[in-house]
Design a binder for this molecule. Structure first.
Ligand code: GLC
Length: 694
């Protein structure tokens, strides 16, 4: 059986230099000039052409007019849904349901593939510890281990096998690497991360996707170890292609090769092209520097052709793996059956239900269906915000808002916006207060609209924008139960909001079925099971604040003269309408020999009348190592369903490599010695124990 790589090698031998370079070129718009380039074999890919008619048209040019009939690869950003919008990735990650996350990715990509998109610029796997950074919304939070598992699930979903026996798309792990470490949380900013920190915190989710078989990577805008990621031979050639043995191809982020000039590591588009090629970037997204300059560079430095051969080979291999040579076309009628189909819409609801995090509940939830409700706030009737930061091809008219869902559920409510989402001058507070006077409870929608997170949307403040706090304070005076729904693409500084609310749900930007999932949760039809994957700080001054921090030499010393260092809500935190009680933590062998796994079990009781799901989390600490290690690290978890008053024994088998680390010399080791262990509902609570490796 001839492999895709062998087929690509055979084809490569027939190709001219122009045609090889053509595979390394990706453009966006499609005009007559680009159509001519396709016919000449000088373009290999387009991005964001989300129209099956156009995609089939340009594929026909490639397959009928070009000399070697090499199909085009069409890429786009299907970050959380295509037309049927799913919760933002940060929200999905709070579900801790890897199977559901994989299903969500598969459904989203199936919709996009029906329009000819066969390459997805996702998953975004950047570890993010700074909530000022707008793109924290696109990832899976602050933990490298959990981030790696979510990344794997998304790769499996995006690359799941379609009816024709080929992957429905190639996934693209991004943004390689450490883009989320932007100083000050300012998007596109420099990072200052050591190689040790790279390998310990930022690289693990990327490595996990290589092990999962991801077909492509995207190099990022930022510099890494003072060399721009989109021209960095150490991170791309040495670590990714040699050490991780990645056989797919690397595309630059949008014009990030040409941006090497702005990074002042290139003084012309030609030298930028050379730096990108030497750096191991195989395809140039949209800048045209490879298209314009690689040929003349090879004329002057013939050895460069071997790098071009390797890049073209990687790209052609992916095209064979996708079956594009056999079938480059998409049935134009397919999208009518696929897009917004019942199963996919149901999946958006399932995903949204499990992405909601209950952060406070003074026994005011679930609501009585007969309650007279005041529905207030700027997001209650807003169909745009739930779409989140990457709406792809979605249409806000499909969004089920909270107001719409209240109507569908025939609830007894009145609605007032109360204030604008961001403009402090636009407020209608008295109208809201007087409407609420004769109601039983206030359902208050607060937070951020979807323009305040995502790419190039970092914030210098994490507070409620506009007149939202003024609205809350005015409603507080009524002394009625306030149930706050926090719409956001990030953790926010909401101490007063939490104090003034009798219940608070983080509802993020939940996608198409947002209102339905929220209403079901308020009524107890959905028992919230989400757990945070990013720390909520009390104040911006604490940022960056994350659970897996170092102990330091003076752990008991105060860190601020004027504030504490505890979070508002820690990593892994989330409540339920059920009450889970942990007991009987047992470690099978508290001393384990070389390579032996750690086996443990714990009992969890649902001490309530309500069936629910609990994410049982296992954390460890290396008590003595050659380098400083975090005070706690997640090493296993399981999401379990428990009926009312049911008790289950949950067992874990954890491979020793989970407890390994990189030495100062960058050698990964698993070391003998003592370890502390905790099993519980979040990163701050749990039953403690210990074990030894010898
Ligand atoms: C953007 C983003 C990247 C996206 C690419 C193509 O600038 O950084 O995540 O995949 O361009 O849209």
């Amino acid at each position: 059986m001839t492999t895709s790589r062998q087929k690509a090698q055979k084809l490569l031998q027939k190709m001219t230099l122009d045609e090889k370079i053509g595979q390394m070129v990706q453009f966006g718009r499609i005009k007559d000039k680009e159509r001519d380039f396709i016919a000449q074999g000088k373009i290999g890919s387009f991005l964001n052409s989300r129209n099956v008619g156009l995609v089939n048209e340009v594929q026909h040019i490639a397959m009928e007019k070009s000399r070697l009939k090499i199909p085009l690869l069409i890429g786009s950003d299907i970050i959380h849904g295509y037309v049927s919008t799913f919760p933002i990735p940060l929200a999905e990650a709070c579900s801790w349901n890897l199977k559901l996350i994989e299903e969500s990715a598969k459904h989203a990509m199936t919709e996009a593939a029906s329009e000819g998109v066969r390459w997805n610029f996702a998953p975004m796997v950047d570890i993010a510890r700074d909530p000022r950074w707008g793109r924290i919304a696109e990832g899976a939070g602050e933990d490298p281990y959990y981030g790696g598992l979510v990344a794997r699930a998304r790769v499996r979903g995006f690359q799941s096998i379609g009816k024709d026996g080929y992957p429905i798309s190639a996934a693209c792990t991004k943004h390689y690497v450490a883009y989320g470490a932007a100083i000050g949380g300012r998007d596109y900013n420099s990072i200052d991360v050591s190689e040790h920190e790279l390998r310990t915190t930022y690289l693990p989710p990327f490595k996990a996707t290589v092990e999962e078989g991801v077909m492509t990577f995207m190099s990022s805008f930022n510099d890494v170890l003072s060399v721009p990621a989109s021209g960095n031979p150490f991170t791309i050639r040495k670590i990714l292609k040699e050490e991780y043995k990645f056989k797919g191809f690397v595309v630059s982020d949008w014009e990030s090769i040409e941006e090497l000039i702005a990074h002042n590591v290139a003084d012309s588009r030609k030298s930028a092209a050379l730096t990108g090629l030497n750096g191991g970037v195989d395809m140039d997204m949209h800048s045209g520097v490879y298209h314009d300059h690689l040929k003349e560079l090879v004329k002057k430095q013939p050895h460069l052709e071997s790098l071009i051969d390797d890049a073209a080979l990687r790209i052609l291999t992916v095209k064979y793996e996708l079956g594009l040579f056999e079938n480059p076309y998409t049935d134009p009628k397919l999208k009518d059956k696929v897009i917004l189909n019942k199963k996919t819409v149901e999946m958006t609801l399932k995903m949204a239900r499990e992405s909601i995090v209950l952060l406070k509940n003074n026994n005011v939830l679930p609501l009585d269906k007969k309650s007279k409700l005041a529905l207030i706030g700027p997001f209650a009737d807003d169909p745009h915000t739930p779409i989140g930061c990457w709406g792809a091809a979605c249409n806000h008219e499909n969004t089920i808002t909270v107001k719409k869902a209240f109507e569908n559920a025939n609830l007894d409510f009145e609605y007032q916006a109360g204030c604008h989402a961001v403009d402090p001058k636009k407020k209608w507070i008295q109208e809201a207060v007087s409407m609420a006077k004769d109601k039983d409870q206030i359902i208050l929608t607060l937070g951020e609209n979807n323009d305040l997170s995502g790419e190039n949307n970092s914030r210098a403040f994490l507070d409620l924008p506009g007149a939202q706090l003024e609205l809350l304070r005015a409603l507080k005076v009524l002394n009625k139960p306030i149930i706050t729904l926090l719409f956001s693409g990030r953790p926010m500084t909401i101490v007063e909001t939490v104090d003034s609310s009798d219940a608070l749900l983080a509802v993020w930007h939940l996608g198409l079925s947002s209102g339905t999932a929220i209403t079901e949760t308020l009524l107890g039809l959905n028992n919230p099971s989400g757990k945070l994957v990013t720390t909520f700080p009390k104040t911006l001054g604490q940022v960056p604040l994350y659970y897996n921090h170092k102990n330091t030499g003076r752990p008991s010393f105060r860190r601020y003269v004027d504030f504490d260092v505890s979070p508002l809500f820690p990593f892994g935190y989330g409540l339920s309408y059920s009450k889970f009680v942990y007991s009987n933590l047992e470690i099978k062998h508290s001393v384990i020999g070389k390579k032996e796994p750690l086996e443990l079990s714990v009992e969890v009781l649902n001490d309530s009348d309500v069936e629910g799901k609990e994410v049982v989390q296992v954390y460890y600490k290396d008590l003595c190592a050659q380098v400083t290690r975090p005070v706690k690290e997640l090493c296993a978890f399981e999401k379990v369903s428990l009926k009312a008053h049911e008790k289950k024994k949950i067992s874990f088998t954890i491979e020793q490599t989970q407890f390994g680390y990189y030495t100062a010399a960058m050698k990964f080791i698993v070391e003998e010695g003592g370890f502390a262990l905790w099993v519980g509902p979040n990163s701050q609570e749990g039953i403690a124990s210990e074990f030894n490796i010898q």
